[in-house]
Design a protein around this ligand. Sequence first.
Ligand code: TMP
Length: 206
Amino acid sequence: MTFITFEGIEGSGKTTQIRLLMDWFKARDIRALLTREPGGTSIGEQVRAILLNPINTEMTPEAEILLFSAARAQIVREIIRPRLADGWIVVCDRFADSTLAYQGYGHGLPMDDLMRITEFATGGLWPDLTVYLDLDVETGLRRKAATPEEWNRMEAKEVAFHKRVRQGYQALAAQAPGRWLVVDAAQPVAAIQEQIRARVKKEIRK
Ligand code: TMP
């Protein structure tokens, strides 16, 4: 029914906001499934382990996008499409826009190649709503540094990489304002959640 994705740089607070939104669905008896990318399926979680393992320093950007896309091809067909067809709301922590922002703007891979690979992986599925939590890179990375045991291969990239990713998200949101909700993630948790719920309410009434 409604496909909602969350996007943002590291430390932007996606996890907290998604959890609060899932609580809200639960309290209203709305059938909603939470999943994440890369991962969300047995195959996807195995691919995630390869992608995020800090030991894999030699991974090329081209190999990286194909692995992210492989995990995506699996989750779309195994989980997302069937649940949407059954009338569920599906919430995904990251989706194809992460590829455009990280592999496209971050690594500078050609956008037309990324779009072709992504369309193939998703079978043309795009979110109805994408919530983007916008935060400056220094604050995001500082928040993440508080939990170094969760530090992954992507997060270990240089600050300039994350700055390009943020600019990429802002550009993507500006290109499709109807699909994106941009929220200032420096606000208090409750204020952010309020804006998300207001927009989700409109989306699920459609
Ligand atoms: P996270 O979901 O725990 O934040 O970690 C996933 C990391 O993978 C994060 O740094 C963003 C990155 N990523 C990409 O680079 N491309 C993608 O397509 C996806 C889904 C994630």
